[in-house]
Design a protein around this ligand. Sequence first.
Ligand code: ZN
Length: 401
Amino acid sequence: MFWDLLCGKNNLQLQLSDFEDENSIKSLETTIRNFKYKNKSSKSGFCKRCGSYKLIGWGGYRRNIRHMYAKDERVRAIRFRCKTCGKTFTVLPIGVTFYKRFGDKDYQEMVEQRCSRGSGYRRLSRRGKIKYCSHVTMWRQMQKTGQQTLNAFFDLGDLTFSGIIIIDERWLSVGNGIFHFGCIALDGITGRMILAEVYPAFTKKEAEEFLRLLSKLVDVEFLVADDSVIQAVINKVFPDAIRQYCIFHIKKNIKKAFRETKLMKLSGEAVKVRKEILDIFNAETSDEAIRRLAILVEKRHTLPPMAQDVVNRLVGKIECLFRYLDYDIPKTSNQAEHIFSLFQPIIDAAKSFSTGAGNFFKTIMFYKNFHFYSSGSNKDKNTMHSIGVNSDSMFDFIQLP
Ligand SMILES: [Zn+2]
């Protein structure tokens, strides 16, 4: 049999369908069986001390394994002895870990519970009178995932990235009146969470730190964010990145500036100017938007004071106001807002523990990649599937216990 290495469909992988005669199929099947057999840890193991393959069975013992929702099980641990050096060792069933009373999947379930539900550890660890696990066990597992999540973000660093980053921050209450700052960065097209970190404060220093970390993962071409400290420092780290302010927030602030109260109604003139200002963002091209703003600037001294303020502020931001009309980028950071709003009850629950809110925050933000479904053509796929990674669980990237 000759292989045409240059033919289009050859991917250098042997498949059963590549073989036509019965004999070669049979021999390939045997090879595959053999290969699987040899890769079973208990069958192909070698001595960790001397490297010898000459192992013999050496009895074993039984141990209990606990589960979150099912009855305890008894499993068998098998012991082996090296014929060369005499060392003995034990092999546990897959999914069971030494010195851990629960099964691996149960520890994972504890963390998933925490990532998807808003109540505290005590309540999550029991339902009514039934106690599934200790709330401390649950909390401990959650603490293990923090650094691993950060590593997992880096493991996924080579995945495709649209070049558009959405960054948003949120205060996190960690109890005792203390607040930390959670910062997230996600792909503006796929919505994949690329990085999440927590800082005790969020000044230019921390913002730059976050962006430096991000620069090790992706190369940012476009930033969409609120008028925040991130906007102020992004070009220090990504000198060529094109910035866009979140139009949703800009509009919100405009409406706020023109707020009516019970005591003071807006004048007809103010209502008219407010509409004119908001209309800037309905323009089809950036030239048109700038023209509409220019008209307001021209007559700014005849406008009510609140309108003058708004127009001045818009002029100050003009560089990064209408980039969405020139490039195919989102005009709001609402994707990030949406994530925060979904996790808000869980984030609120972080205050029940004064430490570890950072681990917790990173983990739920990573969790999102596996449990959020995109809209449009990818609506039945989670974010990972939609970018071509075949995974339904963050535990493909994070090891527990
Ligand atoms: Zn040995």
